[in-house]
Design a protein around this ligand. Structure first.
Ligand SMILES: *Cc1c(COP(=O)(O)O)cnc(C)c1O
Length: 346
């Protein structure tokens, strides 16, 4: 890996970060807080939250078996994706490389930050070859994005190819594991010591059932996390989110119960879809959704909308012609979808 200071934008290397009152005084023993121009009334909402979410990180560190210094928490994974561009990619000069198709936010963030986005098409099995990714990279390629299990295809990418990318690329590699809790593959968070250029993204939005609180996690080397902390908004994770996440973390058994149920429903839905006359193929999945090739995805999508059932039409996405992406819901929700589809002829 190249020196991190060489990968980081020069203005970010030079930047002197904003220092908040809560950065300067971190102790908890004090009883009188007259340092932050807060209102003394309306507890507990009158106080600024912990800018570095110490308690939350300790709980996540224990759960994920990584040190707290390897964790960044943000307003959804989307914040971490945006910070990757703002920290490492010089607008108008640098570029990133990503698999195609994949999660749309990488390309949107690249566009917002005026960073060239180079796509490398997956093969017919929705897998990638690390050599193809490395072949499109040049001196100005700072970051590569892969997503496993991938969205919208649902499959896990081959671990050997991801590791070839990590050892063969001298910039940063983001591995988005938003759906890892539904997968039989182990997380790459356990490989942080081996790969200093690895950034793993996870989220509370899927298996944890907390999309509304907006909490994303990035796991990376201590120096990379320090760069994120340097440029993030001082209080990027609000108190309500921190409290609710601590509450969710106190009930991990609830999450594994949801995952077990969803995996059973996923298996049932795939069998049911295979028996539908309007479904041509269901792709293998390691996520809480599956991609299905249909006879007429857009027509079916529109007729489902008329019945109040919304799925994701992916027909215009690379390699996903005539495909719908179906999120696994409750048994009742899934049955409503199946009943509507059984009325489709051909
Ligand atoms: C849903 C999803 C996320 C989650 O984003 P949040 O901002 O944390 O809600 C991240 N990556 C992928 C690939 C996703 O599908």
């Amino acid at each position: 890996m190249r020196d991190l200071n060489e990968l980081t934008r020069p203005n970010i290397v030079r930047l002197k970060p904003y220092s908040s009152a809560r950065d300067e005084y971190k102790g908890k023993q004090a009883t009188v807080f007259l340092d932050a121009n807060e209102n003394p009334y309306n507890a507990p909402f009158n106080r600024y939250p912990d800018p570095l979410q110490t308690e939350l990180k300790e709980r996540i560190a224990a759960l994920k078996q990584v040190g707290t210094g390897h964790i960044f928490l943000g307003n959804g994974s989307d914040e971490a994706i945006d910070l990757v561009f703002r920290a490492f990619c010089e607008p108008g000069t640098d570029n990133v490389v990503a698999i195609d198709p994949t999660y749309g936010m990488y390309e949107v963030c690249a566009g917002i930050n005026n960073v060239e986005y180079r796509k490398v098409r997956l093969d017919d099995n929705f897998q990638f070859d690390a050599r193809h990714m490395l072949a499109v990279a040049d001196r100005n390629t700072k970051v590569m994005f892969v997503c496993s299990p991938n969205n919208p295809t649902g499959n896990s990418l081959y671990r050997t190819e991801i590791e070839k990318l990590l050892s063969g690329f001298d910039g940063l590699v983001v591995v988005d594991e938003a759906y890892i809790d539904f997968s039989s593959e182990p997380s790459l968070t356990l490989q942080l010591e081996r790969y200093p250029n690895l950034i793993v993204l996870q989220t509370f939005s899927k298996a944890w059932g907390c999309a509304a609180i907006r909490l994303g996690m990035a796991f990376a080397s201590v120096p990379v996390i320090s760069v994120f902390n340097k440029i993030k908004y001082p209080y990027n994770v609000n108190q309500l989110t921190q409290s609710e996440a601590l509450n969710a973390l106190s009930h991990p058994e609830q999450v594994s119960g949801w995952v077990d149920k969803l995996l059973l429903e996923r298996a049932r839905m795939i069998l049911e879809f295979r028996s539908l006359s309007c479904c041509l193929k269901v792709y293998p999945t390691d996520a809480n959704f599956f991609l299905a090739r249909m006879t007429d995805a857009t027509g079916i999508y529109n007729r489902l909308v008329d019945k109040g059932v919304i799925v994701r039409n992916r027909s215009h996405v690379t390699l996903c012609e005539n495909c719908l992406r179906i999120t696994v819901g409750t048994p009742e929700e899934n049955n409503t979808l199946l009943e509507a589809l059984r009325l489709e002829h051909k």
